[in-house]
Design a protein around this ligand. Structure first.
Ligand code: ZN
Length: 441
């Protein structure tokens, strides 16, 4: 058989993805109907397992409890590219498809990511494709992207089931990324046009998680407030202290502090002696995030000092800011322009939210496009898939063709990516950074 040209390989990939779309949409709809929160994605994991079985793939399970990893071998060995899909849902009890018991719903579109991961696999399994590539492709279904249910995850941590609250953090720690050289995943976004959009290069904030506890002294709130120490006043002073330094944060660092009070006192006629708060400190780069966190801790502590209460802060490793690989983005841009109207392929702005793909992006080249294909608000009750052709076909085609560009022609694309990439952290440095953030103040 004559060697397939790159264009022929891409044509076969795209046709196979289009053919698989109705079946993969069914899987996405089925995952949407049974949403599960992070580290609890047992049914979702089984659905991916069944899909891998049906595709005749060999895979490993139990990565970060529920994660699965299948490998497609190329015609020759070389770099390994991972196509990632996230298994978990978010909490959104008001969404019509929410689980009535847990409030979980797939209004972050991670079920669409799973369909895209499988679609890329289907495309690359078309006749003659993998044989034409130098290097492997890993289809990687990963747990717990949303940083929620901190209490539950802390329990898993204490039991020794996990070490980190975030799925990809845990996978890096377990070594599940050790045999992967570069990674990609898509994420849905609100569509601005009926054709949908491919937004490339969007960077995002990292964050440090915080549990804050003020302790004072209970007393009768009216008869003997002089005998009490008001923990709620301390907490309010702490938050005001942070507000007093907000204008000292540089605009370009996108610092965010958005606390909630989980418990603010028990009874109205008793001086509150214990107040629990939770927050993130977010920032656009690691240095800024750590610096802001230090100063925010100082301000929070000062709230306690003002009224004589104590303030205990637990800092938890959150996620790192997102770095997109420029060479991989260029390839994705060119492929996307074959599928989307030219103006709908564009470079996005910085986003102040966070994802654990940011952690992966510190140790290997990563792309994480935001794809406009939904209507309503991400994480909102009105979330609905609106541009199905983009959600189930075009995005996977663009990503799969990018993999072809990376691994075809003796992996010239992947060679260029690796030559131009300098990791921000080695895996060891990454784990040391996570451990240094994990601290009590
Ligand atoms: Zn998400």
């Amino acid at each position: 058989m004559a060697r397939l040209t790159k264009e022929e390989v891409k044509e076969r990939v795209c046709r196979a993805i289009e053919d698989a779309a109705p079946e993969l949409k069914k899987i996405a709809v089925s995952i949407m109907a049974e949403p599960e929160l992070g580290y609890k994605e047992d049914k979702t994991s089984s659905k991916v397992q069944r899909a891998f079985d049906a595709m005749g793939l060999t895979y490993t399970t139990g990565h970060g409890r529920t994660g699965l990893k299948a490998r497609l071998n190329g015609g020759a060995s070389g770099y390994t590219v991972a196509m990632i899909g996230e298994l978990d849902a978010i909490v959104c009890p008001k969404h019509p498809a929410a689980d009535p018991l847990t409030g979980a719903a797939h209004c972050c579109g991670h079920n669409i990511q799973i369909a895209n991961m499988l679609a890329v696999g289907k495309g690359l399994m078309a006749d003659g494709v993998m044989e034409s590539l130098k290097g492997d492709v890993v289809l990687f279904a990963v747990p717990a992207e949303e940083y929620v249910e901190i209490d539950y995850r802390n329990k898993l941590r204490e039991e020794g089931t996990i070490k980190y609250l975030g799925g990809k953090q845990q996978l890096i720690y377990e070594g599940a990324f050790d045999d992967i050289d570069m990674a990609m995943q898509m994420h849905v976004a609100t569509a601005e046009t009926p054709q949908g959009e491919m937004n490339l290069g969007t960077t995002s904030n990292g964050f440090i998680g915080k549990l804050i506890e003020y302790k004072g002294k209970a007393a009768h709130a009216a008869a003997a407030p002089h005998e009490g120490i008001n923990a709620l006043q301390a907490a309010m002073m702490g938050v005001m202290g942070v507000n007093a330094i907000r204008d000292t944060f540089k605009e370009s660092d996108y610092i965010r502090f958005h606390p909630i009070i989980n418990s603010g006192g028990d009874l109205v006629n008793v001086v509150p002696d214990k107040v629990m708060m939770e927050s993130y400190v977010r920032g656009a780069n690691v240095e800024a995030m750590i610096d802001a966190n230090k100063r925010i801790n100082r301000a929070l502590k000062a709230g306690g000092d003002a009224v004589g209460a104590t303030c205990d802060i637990q800092d938890l490793p959150g996620y790192l800011p997102m770095r997109n690989d420029a060479v991989m983005n260029d390839l994705l841009e060119a492929n996307s322009k074959m599928l989307f109207p030219e103006d709908n392929v564009r470079y996005g702005e910085h986003m102040a939210g966070s994802t654990d793909m940011g952690d992966v992006s510190h140790i290997m080249p990563v792309i994480h496009p935001w794809v406009g294909c939904i209507d309503g608000v991400l994480h909102g009750a009105d979330y609905v898939v609106s541009v199905e052709e983009v959600a189930y076909i075009k995005t996977a085609q663009a990503l799969a063709m990018t993999i072809v560009d990376l691994l075809y022609d003796d992996a010239a694309g992947a060679e260029r990516v690796m030559a131009e990439f300098t990791p921000a952290l080695t895996k060891e440095e990454y784990l040391a950074l996570m451990d240094s953030i994990d601290s009590k103040h």
